[in-house]
Write a new protein. Structure first.
Lengths: 112, 116
């Protein structure tokens, strides 16, 4: 599951710092969002989700913020660790559709 | 923890050949999906499947593609006549309930298809 992507935006953070990964979505009708982590050679791994009736949701070390006004989603990772290095995708879903529409992805690099 | 498995991990084929990608979804799941990811690009939805029929498909999923649940455990994606542009990672996923695509937590590790 590589997203080698010469064109992938990259976020470089130091171990222990907080990371913020952003995602702009396009469909104003989308009402459910997921953040996935993808490590090299693996499939997408579910991190956290949020419904459009919320603007914030917290998990373990992660927080997702949703701003429907500007169609923006962010993933905050607290105390970033080397194991957090991966490509992160947001995905959106609309109404009764079964499909997820994925964003482009951001590569997170954690430096020691 | 339960997991979705896929075989083979890497498939190399000649243009025009048929390929079948195999997936074993999680045993109590009823909804199955195929997604693909061309190198360096987004993950793209191909098809969802429930109760032995396609629930939804994308424009990519043309008549060269088909899916099947041949038995109680496998879920396959067939490409009848592969093209160069079919080269990608193909991910299978499954869920307990369609939930309109919500909470899709279980993706397989992928099959890398290379068409020469």
């Amino acid at each position: 599951g590589e997203s080698v992507g010469l064109h992938l935006p990259t976020l470089s953070v130091q171990e222990g710092d907080n990371s913020i990964i952003n995602c702009a979505y396009s469909n104003s009708a989308s009402d459910y969002f997921i953040w996935y982590k993808q490590e090299s050679g693996k499939g997408p791994q579910f991190i956290i989700d949020i419904r459009s009736n919320m603007d914030k949701r917290q998990g373990q070390r992660v927080t997702v913020l949703l701003n429907k006004t500007v169609k923006h989603l962010s993933l905050q990772i607290a105390a970033t660790q080397p194991g957090d290095s991966a490509v992160y995708f947001c995905a959106e879903n609309t109404g009764t559709a079964s499909k997820l529409t994925f964003g482009t992805g951001t590569r997170l690099q954690v430096t020691l | 923890e339960p997991e979705v498995t896929q075989t083979p991990s890497h498939q190399v084929t000649q243009m025009g050949q048929e390929v079948i990608l195999r997936c074993v979804p999680i045993s109590n799941h009823l909804y199955f999906y195929w997604y693909r990811q061309i190198l360096g690009q987004k993950v793209e939805f191909l098809v969802s499947f429930y109760n032995n029929e396609i629930s939804e498909k994308s424009e990519i999923f043309d008549d060269q593609f088909s899916v099947e649940r041949p038995d109680g455990s496998n879920f396959t994606l067939k490409i009848r006549s592969t093209k160069l542009e079919d080269s990608a990672m193909y991910f299978c996923a499954s869920s307990e309930a369609q939930s309109m695509g919500r909470g899709l937590k279980f993706f397989g590790p992928g099959t890398r298809l290379t068409v020469l």
